[in-house]
Write a protein that binds this ligand. Sequence first.
Ligand code: ARG
Length: 582
Amino acid sequence: MKSHTQSLLAESLNALKQQGVVPADFEARIQVDRTKDKSHGDFATNLAMMLTKAARKNPREIAQLIIDNLPESSHVEKVEIAGPGFINFFIDDNALANQLMDALNSDHLGLTLPESQTVVVDYSSPNLAKEMHVGHLRSTIIGDSVARSLEFMGHKVIRQNHVGDWGTQFGMLLAYMEELRAAANGEQAQMELSDLENFYRAAKVRFDESEDFANRARKLVVALQSGDEYCNKLWREFNDISLSHCHEIYERLGVSLTRADVRGESSYNADLEQVVADLDTQGLLSESNGAKVVFQQEFKNKEGEPLPVIIQKADGGYLYATSDMAAMRYRSNVLKADRALYFVDLRQALHFQQVFKLAKTANFVREEMSFEHMGFGTMNGADGRPFKTRSGGVVKLIDLLKEADIRALDLVRSKNPDMDEAELTEIARVVGIASVKYADLSKNRTSDYIFSFEQMLSFEGNTAPYLLYAYTRVVGIFNRAQDVDLSGATIVLEHEREKDLGTKLAQFGEVMNRVVNKGQPHALCAYLFELAGAFSSFYEACPVLAADNEAQKKSRLLLAKLTAKTLKQGLNLLGLDTLERM
Ligand code: ARG
């Protein structure tokens, strides 16, 4: 209803421009807010105030002109001018009820889908040299939720897992792999790789302690880069094992990334020379201590000195930025994306600003394509510092998920002492994963947050257990009303709590637009939490099975049905499974 109100106002504003009341080039952001006090209608806008200067009229006068030029709408019951020139919209409850019926009977909950775009979503993207750790959790979860949401809104999504599968550290890893194999006559090295973290650490120890080993590692990098068959085979084996660790985690997390979505840094190797050549042809390259760099005047440090993007090191090696330049070109010119969203730690903000700008300047990408760094803050421990194990090491993602599972099992068992073990385990699996994911998704993406099992597994507040439980309650109502035939029934909004719930349900589309445009799944979390709250208030005030008459009972059952449908859809877009009971 809000966006409907907005588009009515936009049409009126256009009419006023055509009549010359408002200058044709006047750009107004039309703001529509939900009113707090229903005696002022359902929505209000301050548009008239925004136009006073441009139209040289007083706001109440303009407000009247805006109203006179509003197109007919069956959803609007009446429009009033209030105070200094606010315009209040009173929404027609029948129209709202009709909208809800549409939502019940359609696939997409009745949403009007925007024009379809092709959107690249770059997320998860761990470095394969090491095991996935908690730092990758946010990118993986938030990116996945936005990817699902974009698809739901009718866009074509191309997932890109831009894994770090290249770089000098691979020499060290391959040298160590060789060494282990020699010692074990070939076979056992596989075993060692089951714990990548230890493998990396042990390789590093060898590298630091033995000159001989370090030299072999350096030779292997050179051989790898020059396409040596044997080295490439070792390297592929290593990456394959590392990737299978990642996919175990994706599966456990219920993340929709597949092997086909992997397009790592190394896949751009063949383009890097051309990237340098093209920047050079355009006269964009400078030299700095033997390295090839680009200075862009927008980027300076605190001292006012220019901050370069390093494209090629003095020894000829390429960098993170170089493969990102190649990746952008690919996403624009081969994948033909309209948008590319990068779910990467905010600490890389400068890197992305620099390469996005450079790609446009150098004409590597289509002018109209939009590149968006969807940065996120850090996940901290209870002490407010980046999350670590008790001994100060990085927390492996897999260990964190195992702990969530155990804690969820305790929680579910304490609520259902008599449930059989198999069901308990399945419920705990869903609750454990959902809690970890939801705790992350429900925080504003750009803030840091404190990871707390106690908080995320609580049944109170904006948490996964609360919402999953709320869903089972709504579903429970139908299960008790299985004999009621709802065919031909319709929603009628009478009670205030019914209207509140109906209005909340009708906001799903607005929220989804925000999720996909701004990459903010926390807006969806907040919405689902409010929806569950609106349902509780409705259920407390409006008896369903004991309603006054059949029509009212059916109408209320339909409201419950749409609530369940919306909750389930919303939770699925966040990447959460739902339960029928818990
Ligand atoms: N592998 C990088 C890291 O772990 C993230 C890559 C993000 N994507 C990109 N196109 N740069 O920090």
